[in-house]
Design a protein around this ligand. Structure first.
Ligand code: CYT
Length: 282
């Protein structure tokens, strides 16, 4: 744990040595959304296995490489695949890549995931902007001794840090406007994170709805916590892959979750490509 900063620094330096680009924006691609990494221009792809101290993903559909290059002229670092707590990784491992992105100079982080729709009007295949989250995983990625050297913007890296606008309102609005320009309206919702790997029960989904959640998944919140600790701005996008348990009479199947990722991939990529040049600030 005390080596976390040093390890993240050496991973960041290793990655920066592979490219002339200096990424301003980072993207973490969720289940079934990895294809977007193929649209990076002037790309260098570094397998996670070659990055010092980087955790390796064990899940199907998470291929595990960092793609460095540009999208619409913006220098980016795109993570194709992430590791999850349900694979048995500690919180510092789950969020190590987000720490590395920050240390590489990323100030804007786009986190994406495949989620179950708790709201009945979130049809499978729709892309929903995350307005806020509920961390129900029982743990927190910022556990342990505070490390102020993780601050990427002034006033960040604090022991206790604000989560009032964890999902940057400007970026959420930008995503909605961009979706509208592409001819569809993007709804927003609250994402609740559970540990997994079991999908939720219908009773849990009813409880989550009562708690104020609109989407459910097994990722994202830890990365967002770390990003906010470091002072990055965050945009969260969920691809609704299925109705959550009990919302319809269907059961939930991982292959169905992956299939929806593939179908929505084109729309998702078009949206991201249009958002990126407008998301970065000077
Ligand atoms: N779906 C999903 N729960 C779901 O129902 N993709 C994650 C968690």
């Amino acid at each position: 744990m005390s080596d976390l900063y040093t390890h993240a620094r050496s991973a960041a330096d290793h990655l920066l040595a592979q490219t002339k680009h200096r990424p301003k924006l980072g993207i973490i691609l969720g289940s079934g959304l990895g294809d977007f990494a193929n649209s990076v221009e002037d790309a260098v792809a570094v397998p996670y296995s070659e990055i010092p101290h980087f955790p390796q993903s064990t899940v199907e559909g998470h291929s595990g490489r960092m793609v460095l290059g540009t999208i619409a002229g913006v220098p980016v670092a795109v993570m194709q695949g992430r590791v999850h707590a349900y694979e048995g990784y500690r919180m510092d491992e789950v969020t190590f890549p987000a720490r590395v992105l920050g240390l590489m100079g990323v100030q804007t982080l786009i986190v994406t995931n495949a989620a179950g729709g708790i709201r009945a009007d979130f049809a499978p295949g729709s892309i929903v902007g995350i307005s806020d989250h509920i961390n129900l995983t029982g743990t927190n990625a910022a556990l342990g001794r505070n490390e102020p050297r993780f601050a990427v913007t002034q006033g960040s890296g604090l022991r206790f840090f604000d989560m009032t606008t964890a999902y940057t309102p400007r970026l959420l609005q930008l995503a909605q406007e961009t979706a509208q320009q592409h001819g569809w309206s993007m709804q927003t919702g609250v994402y609740i994170a559970v540990l997994g790997p079991s999908y939720e029960t219908p009773a849990e989904i009813r409880a989550f709805r009562t708690l104020g959640a609109d989407l459910v998944g097994m990722s994202t919140v830890h990365e967002v916590i770390v990003a906010r600790h470091m002072g990055m701005e965050v945009l969260g996008l969920s691809l609704v892959t299925n109705a959550a348990a009990g919302v319809t009479s269907e059961s939930i199947d991982h292959s169905e979750v992956m299939e929806h990722g593939k179908h929505a991939a084109e729309r998702f990529s078009a949206l991201l490509t249009a958002i990126i040049p407008k998301a970065v600030t000077e």
